[in-house]
Design a protein around this ligand. Structure first.
Ligand SMILES: *Cc1c(COP(=O)(O)O)cnc(C)c1O
Length: 363
């Protein structure tokens, strides 16, 4: 059966490790002898509470999350955090500082504007978000309740290669598409969050890592379900959590641990990305969207400059077993999302395909 699997370069939901899917499959009707599926259990049952706790513990261990940080398993997607963050944090000073480097930070910034005054740390739309500004270029706001940025721009294929220094202003980071792809110093952050469907688990789970003390300053109209305090007090179980996704996250974390942890993931990340960028840089047909010093290790965006040829590439690639390579409409061209679960072999074969395509389509 595994022979018929394709190489899936989708941006999200995206590829999961085969061994994780197989293990989930083997446990799907009867989880470790308890006579039912994880999908069928009460979220208050001992069996599920153990899964929940183990998953939290594994994430804490893998990401080296210090004491004094809460781990929340929420719903409403990464986009839900666009509202939840200002609804809880804006009350500190009434202002927030946003770095707009792509689609999702732009949406988050617009949403936050409903709840307070926004100052822009940067806006890279002048060059269609093909770069990340350097620290010196950021316009920091010392009065901001928080500084917000998106670590990896899934659509444009750029990635911050440093953690911004913001002094006493808490850092809030959307890591949806590069969480678990390298070690991070969690203690530098106020909030790290990620929609799970890129690099962690199936869709339906949002992981939030929040420093204790940032909760409790919500606006009076903050909905109960969007209040960090509620979710911290109830350990993410004010209501039914996304049980199946949490279980799947646990399996993915086991897989990450077995494959060298976050150091291992980081090595693989730049191995995969390096292979692709090398082929694209050597090519006379393809160009990359992102500036060299801002390139993402997770989403590689490239094009031929000829829309018809791009379409041909995407179609022929799909026929050859490399699927979901069409770029987002905002960038056009192609995008190869090469998350943790993409085998290096899949990228090597894609590189062969790219070289062959270039030979057959000389201009
Ligand atoms: C996919 C993505 C989102 C949106 O995630 P949803 O869970 O669909 O709301 C936000 N930020 C980044 C960086 C993403 O890649």
């Amino acid at each position: 059966m595994s022979n018929s699997r394709v190489y899936n370069f989708a941006a999200g939901p995206s590829v999961l490790p085969l061994s994780v899917l197989e293990r989930a499959g083997s446990e799907i009707t009867n989880y470790r002898g308890c006579g039912m599926s994880v999908m069928e259990m009460s979220h208050r049952s001992k069996v599920f509470l153990d899964i929940f706790q183990e998953t939290q513990d594994k994430l804490r261990r893998l990401m080296n999350i210090p004491e004094g940080y809460h781990i929340l398993f929420l719903q409403t997607g990464a986009s839900g955090q666009f509202s939840m963050i200002p609804l809880n944090l804006m009350g500190r000073t009434g202002r927030a500082n946003y770095a707009v480097t792509g689609n999702f930070s732009s949406l988050a910034c617009k949403e936050a504007g409903k709840y307070g005054e926004i100052t822009l740390a940067c806006d890279t739309s002048d060059r269609n978000h093909c770069y990340i500004p350097r620290q010196e270029a950021l316009k920091l706001d010392k009065e901001a309740s928080y500084f917000y940025y998106c670590a990896n721009n899934t659509i444009y294929g750029t990635e911050w290669n440093y953690v911004p220094e913001t002094g006493d202003v808490p850092l809030v980071c959307d890591m949806s598409s590069d969480i678990l792809s390298m070690p991070v110093d969690v203690s530098k952050f106020g909030i790290i969050y990620a929609g799970a469907q890129k690099n962690m688990a199936p869709a339906g789970l949002t992981v939030v890592i929040i420093k204790d003390g940032l909760q409790g300053r919500e606006t009076p109209y903050t909905p109960l379900m969007m209040n960090y305090q509620t979710m911290i007090d109830k350990d993410s179980m004010y209501n039914t959590p996304p049980c199946w996704c949490i279980y799947m996250l646990g399996l993915v974390l086991d897989w990450v641990e077995e494959n060298g942890g976050l150091e291992g993931m980081e090595k693989l990340k730049w191995q995969r990305a390096g292979l692709l960028y090398d082929v694209l840089d050597a090519s006379r047909l393809f160009t990359c969207h992102a500036d060299k010093d801002s390139r993402s290790g997770m989403n590689v965006t490239f094009r031929t400059g000829d829309e018809a040829l791009d379409t041909k590439f995407v179609q022929e690639a799909a026929q050859a077993g490399f699927v979901n390579l069409k770029g987002h409409r905002k960038t056009g061209g192609m995008r190869a999302s090469i998350y943790n679960a993409m085998p290096v072999e899949g990228v090597e074969k894609l590189c062969d395909f790219i070289r062959a395509f270039e030979r057959n389509n000389k201009r």
